[in-house]
Ligand binder design. Structure first.
Ligand code: GCW
Length: 681
């Protein structure tokens, strides 16, 4: 991936090697801890990038030694070397990096921070950046986790499958158990740490209770031991019914004494095995998963059951807000987008302090375009985090290049105007707006055994960027993909400009040739979530409706005449979404049911926008193989061919998308394309 540490061309290193430090000092590194990893990573990276072999020592005499790279925690540095100037304001996991003068200082607030600083330094070197820097960097929030949706597949023919995973089978599980061979786990830990991610939930939120059997808990311990050197804490998803399914109780009622004892004992056992266990992730009463509602208990009572069991150990419970029921489309006011607020609003203030409610970025489900979930401003007393999806479930499943940070940043940069005040989603999920310490980000990543980790070389930019944005949600999407490209494919200008240009065009193009104006992705929502299938959205209970008929299209989410969803936002935003005059074009059909002939702010009609966007989006995708071919000879043949194959496929599939969608609405509406491109059947 981006940790290849490929040698820099001599034209780039010229003049920098003689003055380069010749020694690494790691002060007080705990055995097998992140600081030890930092030291060995520096050794390895510098050897790879610059061809220099540096020794590592722990000598405290080196504080003022020249040509040294010192990597340390702030506390160890102070006790060995005295004060550090300037005075640093580091928070947990933060670091100071200085390359000024002849020595390099990499000082972490904790060992993990030192490791992050080391990776940052190696990123600069790997990009051929030898400029003098001196800066402190802190993460935007404490929770920066990967969520994996790996199955145990106990008793089934599938082995280590991953829900919505496109990168092969699980690196953790097979045949119902934690694998013997966990050799990819530390490599994954290294990737996560290199972009500042500090936790991982290793199994699917549709959780198998057998993860809690003794053999598997010992397996969880083995996994945690392998992640620990990389500062990555392990958590697991729970099946709410475990006391009944796995234990021998006849209930899983969260208020039942025997159930409480069952979870307390289980939690104690987990902490015996994994003292730094991160916590539990819970999907309850959603999509067939068991939960507290079975016993007429509230979702918060369900969450607090685990919170109390885990609290004495310092663990947290991440409770997912993705709870909804099947709906009947003949009811004009029914709306799945309303579900999260309906389920959670009245529970605000009732969650224990070590519970975090994890909210998908939009109100439905990782679509190509959604507004932010209104739940972000409806539970101010509750700690929340945002859930993003790195695995491209509705977004091309790694067969299409879709660089996602521009999508994520439209959400993170959205001002929700809570109480008429500036309240960006990024400030809500980092705990600033409502003053919560517990806060942060989850990325559903779904790496597997595939050589490329998530199924395609180019898709890895999304994983890299997820880490970068969780660290700093205001980082620039384009800068991130530039950095990633230099580290992954090399520093040549042509390479960087080609890959960055394709990446930055890719999400708008995908939106153009899939679903426009907030109508959602228009993919097959019933089974695969892949390929064009606009008809699948309606006439079922999933609530991802378009309400398209021969004259009109879109969900009426207004308060005045529709589902009322616009009214779940804070006043100014609610007002904006209530009227077509103030709703932005890209969310028009999310909030409004209008004729195909409705004129957008752009001046185009809805139907003509559909046609034009589908043609221009697929035309953009047609340029990708040509752009990529300009790099032939500058990229190793294996990756060159693999990426070319996928980009050609995407170019072709974008035509299928274009024609399927344009013709579907041409037939339905009977309105011709002004440019006569769209066939009528
Ligand atoms: O989008 C849906 C996915 C399911 C997933 C669910 C969820 C893990 O299609 O595969 O289940 O969301 O997020 O819980």
């Amino acid at each position: 991936a981006w940790l290849r540490y490929a040698p820099l061309p001599s034209s780039v290193t010229r003049g920098h090697l003689n003055s380069f430090p010749n020694h690494i000092v790691a002060l007080n590194a705990a055995k097998n801890g992140p600081l030890s990893s930092a030291a060995s990573e520096l050794q390895k990276g510098i050897k790879g990038i610059l061809g220099l072999s540096l020794g590592v020592s722990s000598s405290q005499k080196s504080c003022s030694a020249q040509k040294t790279i010192i990597v340390s925690t702030l506390a160890s540095y102070k006790s060995a070397c005295g004060k550090l100037t300037p005075k640093l304001d580091l928070i947990e996991d933060g670091y100071w990096l200085s390359t000024k003068g002849e020595s390099v200082q990499i000082i972490g607030q904790n060992e993990r921070g030192a490791l992050y600083g080391a990776f940052q330094y190696l990123s600069l070197l790997g990009q051929g950046n030898f400029s003098e820097v001196a800066f402190a960097s802190n993460p935007s929030a404490p929770i920066r986790w990967s969520n994996q949706w790996d199955n145990l597949n106990a008793g089934t023919a599938a082995h280590g499958s991953i829900e919505r995973g496109y990168g092969g089978v699980s690196i953790f599980f097979e045949n119902g158990y934690v694998k013997e061979d966990l050799s990819r786990v530390p490599l994954y830990g290294r990737l996560l740490a290199s972009v500042g991610l500090n936790g991982i939930v290793i199994n699917n939120v549709n959780a198998d209770a057998t993860l809690l059997n003794e053999t598997n808990l010992e397996g969880v311990k083995r996994i945690a031991d392998l992640f620990r050197p990389w500062g990555v804490q392990v958590g697991i998803s729970l099946n709410f019914a475990s006391p009944q399914v796995l234990g021998d109780l006849d209930t899983f009622d969260p208020l039942d004494e025997t159930v409480i004892k069952w979870w307390t004992d289980k939690s104690n056992r987990i902490y015996e095995l994994v003292p730094d266990f991160a916590g539990y992730l819970v999907k309850a009463n959603s999509e067939g998963q068991p939960g507290p509602l079975t016993y007429n208990r509230t979702l918060s009572q369900g969450a607090n059951l685990f919170a109390k069991a885990i609290e004495p150990h310092g663990g947290i419970v991440v409770f997912r807000a993705f709870v909804y029921d099947q709906l009947n489309e003949s009811d004009w006011r029914a709306d799945r987008a309303n579900a999260a607020v309906e389920f959670f609003k009245d529970l605000d203030g009732q969650f224990d302090s070590n519970v975090l409610v994890q909210i998908k970025f939009g109100p439905i489900d990782f679509q190509v375009r959604e507004p932010p979930s209104p739940l972000f401003v409806n539970i101010p007393k509750t700690a929340v985090s945002i859930e993003l999806e790195v695995t491209q479930e509705y977004l091309g499943q790694q067969c299409h290049l879709v660089y996602l940070p521009p999508l994520w940043q439209t959400i993170l940069g959205f001002d929700m105007r809570y109480n008429g005040r500036q309240s960006y989603i990024r400030d809500i999920v980092t705990g600033k707006t409502f003053n919560h310490k517990l806060s942060g980000y989850a990325g559903v990543i779904n790496v597997g055994m595939d050589d490329t980790w998530i199924g395609s070389h180019l898709a890895m930019s999304n994983m890299f960027a997820f880490g970068r944005l969780a660290w700093n949600p205001q980082a620039d999407s384009q800068d991130i993909v530039e950095e990633w490209t230099r580290l992954t494919f090399g520093v040549s200008r042509d390479v960087v400009s080609a890959i960055v240009s394709m990446s930055m065009k890719s999400w708008p193009a995908y939106e153009d040739y899939s679903g426009n104006l907030g109508i959602q992705t228009l993919t097959d929502i019933l089974y695969t979530h892949y390929g064009a299938n606009p008809a699948s959205q309606d006439n079922n209970g999933w609530g991802q409706w378009t309400r398209a008929d021969s004259k009109t299209i879109g969900m009426d989410r207004t308060v005045s005449n529709g589902t009322g969803n616009a009214g779940q936002y804070a006043k100014e935003v609610a007002h904006m979404f209530e009227y077509t005059q103030t709703t932005p074009d890209d969310l028009m059909l999310w909030f409004h049911h209008v004729p195909y002939t409705f004129k957008l702010h752009s001046g185009k009609t809805v139907i003509q926008h559909f046609y034009d966007a589908h043609y221009s989006g697929s035309a953009t995708a047609q340029t990708f193989p040509t752009t990529w071919k300009s790099l032939q000879g500058q990229i190793d043949a294996e990756r060159y061919e693999d990426v070319l194959y996928r980009l050609k496929y995407q170019a072709g599939h974008s035509l299928v998308w274009r024609d399927a969608i344009s013709e579907f609405y041409r037939n339905l509406s009977s309105i011709p394309d002004q440019l006569n491109r769209v066939r009528n059947h």
